[in-house]
Design a protein around this ligand. Structure first.
Ligand code: PAF
Length: 284
């Protein structure tokens, strides 16, 4: 039976009982508006841990504008209904003052990996993410926490923070779930018009074409990225904010095929900002 909990006090009581019995605890942090991608994280947690906590908290400190925060979909009843059949033990959906009590004045900033790409375009975003994730780790004492690879830079930022701050929670990255036409699953896809939705798979198609041209040596990385950017403009994406080949861990630009490389993109279609990323692995 899934319990819906709103206070840190109640959450801690459950956690204390489970920990006393030596049970392992898996955490899936979310901001709600759940889709199949989130549910795959929950299934991964369910398969590996004795207890599963899903948090639903629309974290105000990671939004760049009050308008963005206000526009974020709030679908708690539907989210709870989606989670109930998956054997989740606790859904923790706190009000903001449970997470940020009066006088709250602490922040975790991760530099380096958090600086480029999303960090440069959305100042303060990753400080908001790192701070709330550290708080959720502290509140739940989770043994493992599950994050989607869809937000690749976020995953690297959380990994960096956990290493740097000696946090015991193990961070598990789970593969991006895609629609049959390749579009990465995202809460934002619901905002796409029919026309934008039919053009949106061009993002993944352009990225996979570029990755293949680079790994087979058919094109230099510069030429492959240029071709991909042209393909995106042709499909109606504007602007393309970034389409870059990076070291998968540091997020620094790299073309060193001996390192785990990642191709990351952010681009707008029909007024909706989409992000995606894929591995660029040499063909052996
Ligand atoms: O990926 C998200 O949904 C959020 O950034 C997270 C990790 C739940 C923190 O608010």
């Amino acid at each position: 039976m899934t319990k819906l909990i709103a206070t840190v006090f109640d959450l801690r009581q459950h956690v204390a009982i489970w920990k006393a019995k030596g049970e392992t605890l898996g955490l899936v942090p979310t901001m709600g508006a759940l889709h199949a991608g989130h549910l795959s994280l929950v299934r991964a947690a369910r398969a590996a841990c004795d207890r599963v906590i899903v948090t639903i908290f629309i974290n105000p400190t990671q939004f760049n504008s009050p308008q963005d925060l206000a526009a974020y979909p709030r679908t708690e009843a539907a989210d709870v209904a989606l989670l109930a059949p998956l054997g989740v033990d606790v859904i923790f959906a706190p009000p903001p003052d449970q997470v940020y009590p009066t006088g709250f004045s602490s922040q975790i900033t991760v530099s380096g990996v958090a600086d480029p790409l999303e960090g440069a375009l959305r100042p303060g975003h990753f400080a908001g993410v790192a701070t709330v994730v550290a708080k959720l780790f502290g509140m739940t004492q989770a043994d493992r926490a599950y994050f989607g690879e869809k937000d690749w830079q976020q995953l690297q930022v959380v990994r960096r923070m956990v290493t740097d701050l000696n946090i015991k929670t193990e961070v598990i990255g789970c593969a991006t779930l895609r629609e049959t036409d390749g579009l990465a699953m995202s809460s934002r896809n619901a905002r796409l018009s029919a026309q934008a939705r039919s053009a949106a798979p061009a993002l993944y198609a352009a990225m996979t074409a570029a990755a293949s041209a680079i790994t087979t040596g058919r094109l230099s990385s510069d030429m492959a990225l240029k071709a991909a950017e042209n393909a995106l403009h042709q499909a109606g994406f504007a602007p393309v904010e970034y389409l870059v080949l990076c070291d998968g861990e540091t997020l620094q630009p790299s073309t060193d095929l001996k390192r785990p490389l990642r191709l990351l993109a952010a681009a707008w279609i029909g007024g909706v900002r989409l992000i995606d990323n894929i591995a660029v692995t040499p063909v052996s």
